[in-house]
Ligand binder design. Structure first.
Ligand code: GLC
Length: 559
């Protein structure tokens, strides 16, 4: 099967592979490219069009590989460059595209560029690639400004000379092991053009671009006027000198020019967390990104009002021309929806059976809602299995830098990165052959393995497969307009085109399916009276002709 060259990214379903936790091909307890290649037919069977693979570069793994020590190679933990080339080849043969994760804001502190810079005298040319500055106060003991790191603590670390004396400070908006690159430096720009070309030439169909607005720093590095909390949240910030400044657009345009120089054009999907739809819109101008993740649903509480507001905020905002949002409900950074949407469990206590059932019902409903929205959607590995956040990992094995940088105040993101359960009754559940996975899997995942769910009627895996298949058969879901329907406040209803309706019941009791509509698919069984239960979504198709002459189809389906 060949990969068509349409604007596939405008309405595609993508699948995020967190490589270390996907499938282990060499039985060392960590996922790798060989394991991913073996499981490509599984990904294909979901009906998705593309995969985004989390960073696979050589890395000290201080931040799950988002600390890159060589942008043109693969860490031996994951394989080698031949494996990457073979992955592109195999994926294309199955009609799947592959997006490579590019981390442009920072390198690893072990990257040769940084090692050269730090070993060079102050003011030397290699330091130009990063932000080295003298400290403030007597003897430069205070950081150059008041910026804070995304993971907690100051955004500056002081260097130490070979003789043990203190030197300049360097900037890191994330962990100290992730020094920020200076995109005013022509060499940084040239290096990244070469990196994008390197992977495009090897077969990448596009790129997921990490933490894009972080590049937009005011080069004068002035103090910020805001008070930082422990872990920063740019979506809540007013304008700040460390994020989303004009220079980022200049840089994104350079990347787009590289993407455009390939046939088919390489696709740019950005992680762009900014404080307003109008700021986001600027990243989606015709010569910038093709799409950006919309994280709103991944953070919304379970309420009709919150979900409506998210959709309005996103769709009412920047989506002009061919740019489309890429919706997400989860990722390697977010609490898994089953846990997040369960009533009482918010990450501090393990889920009770009851929480689990509720969270699972809501997560299934949320997936159907997301897959009915205009734009693309990206599903994070394990979302199709209804996996939950593993909240009881032993504290001494947690790897996320957030844990240490917040002095253990936060649990970090390891709980959503636990290796996938594929088959069998006990760990490693087919993830590796026999070696225990790098993070332990809950024994209760025996009921959530791919193997188990393939056999279980109505499993989350079957629901997701059916939904993606239907989505690709219904042209209105790719391009139909979306309109809200009048409904009870706790029921969300919208149409796509004239014949398709998506209905989500956030209410306390079942609601009737509107006359003239039948359910194509629902996230849980309808009641015996054919009603839509609470915490359930249904996709409806209009069967009957429009009852009253002149009625605008779809505008006022009585609910
Ligand atoms: C992005 C990644 C996250 C990483 C951070 C720093 O937000 O998704 O996992 O920690 O960037 O690179």
């Amino acid at each position: 099967m060949s990969v068509e060259s349409d604007s596939w990214w405008e309405s595609a379903v993508l699948y995020q592979v967190y490589l270390r936790s996907f499938a282990d091909g060499n039985n060392d307890g960590s996922g790798d490219i060989a394991g991913l290649r073996d499981r490509l037919p599984y990904i294909r069977s979901l009906g998705v069009k593309a995969i985004w693979v989390s960073p696979w570069y050589p890395s000290p793994m201080c931040d799950g590989g988002y600390d890159v020590a060589d942008y043109q190679n693969v860490d031996p933990l994951f394989g080698n460059l031949q494996d990457a080339a073979a992955l592109f080849h195999d994926a294309h043969a199955l009609g799947l595209r592959v997006l490579v994760d590019i981390v442009p804001n920072h390198t690893s502190s072990q990257h040769p560029w940084f090692l050269k810079a730090i070993n060079e005298p102050e003011g030397g040319p290699a330091r130009e690639m990063y932000y080295f500055r003298d400290g403030k106060g007597p003897d430069g003991t205070e950081p150059p400004n008041n910026w804070s790191s995304a993971f907690g603590g100051p955004a500056w670390t002081r260097t130490v000379h070979a003789d043990g004396s203190a030197g300049q400070w360097y900037l890191h908006l994330f962990a100290p092991e992730q020094p920020d690159l200076n995109w005013n430096c022509p060499q940084v720009r040239a290096e990244f053009e070469a990196i994008l070309r390197f992977w495009s030439d090897l077969g990448a169909d596009g790129f997921r671009l990490d933490a894009v607005p972080a590049i937009g720093k005011d080069s004068g590095l002035p103090d910020a006027s805001i008070q930082f909390n422990d872990v920063f949240s740019p979506s809540d910030w007013p304008e700040t000198p460390l994020w989303d400044g004009e220079i980022v657009h200049e840089v994104v345009r350079l990347w787009r020019a590289v993407a455009r120089s390939y046939q088919p054009e390489r696709v740019l999907l950005g992680e762009v967390i900014v404080n307003s739809p109008s700021s986001l819109a600027r990243y989606l101008r015709g010569d910038e990104l093709h799409s950006a993740f919309a994280f709103e649903l991944a953070r919304a509480p379970w309420s009709a009002k919150a979900f409506r507001t998210c959709v309005d905020d996103v769709l009412g905002g920047p989506w002009t021309g061919s740019a489309r949002p890429t919706w997400v409900l989860s990722s390697h950074d977010e609490v898994r929806p089953v846990t997040r949407l369960a009533s009482s469990a918010q990450g501090s206590e393990p889920l009770t059976e009851q929480d689990l059932a509720l969270g699972t019902a809501r997560a299934r409903a949320a997936v159907l809602l997301m897959l009915a929205l205009p734009g693309s959607a990206c599903m994070y590995q394990g979302e199709e299995l209804g996996l939950w956040q593993v909240d009881d990992l032993p504290p001494d094995i947690l790897e996320d830098p957030i844990v240490a940088q917040t002095g253990d105040a936060l649990k970090g993101r390891d709980g959503c990165r636990v290796p996938l359960p594929w088959a069998g009754e006990k760990e490693p559940f087919g993830f590796s052959k026999s070696t225990p996975p790098w993070l332990p899997q809950p024994s209760a995942w025996a009921d959530l393995t791919v193997e188990h769910q393939e056999r279980s009627q109505g499993s989350t895996l079957q629901l997701v497969r059916e939904a993606i298949a239907l989505r690709s058969q219904l042209p209105e879901l790719a391009c139909g307009q979306m309109r809200w329907l009048t409904s009870k406040p706790d029921v969300v209803g919208f149409d796509r085109g004239t014949d398709f309706v998506c209905l989500v019941n956030f209410d306390a009791s079942p609601v009737a399916i509107p006359d003239g509509y039948t359910a194509l698919l629902s996230s849980g069984p309808l009641t015996r009276r054919g009603q839509l239960p609470v915490n359930t979504t249904a996709w409806l198709k209009r069967q009957a002709p429009v009852p009253e002459p002149g009625r605008q189809p779809g505008v006022a389906v009585p609910l």
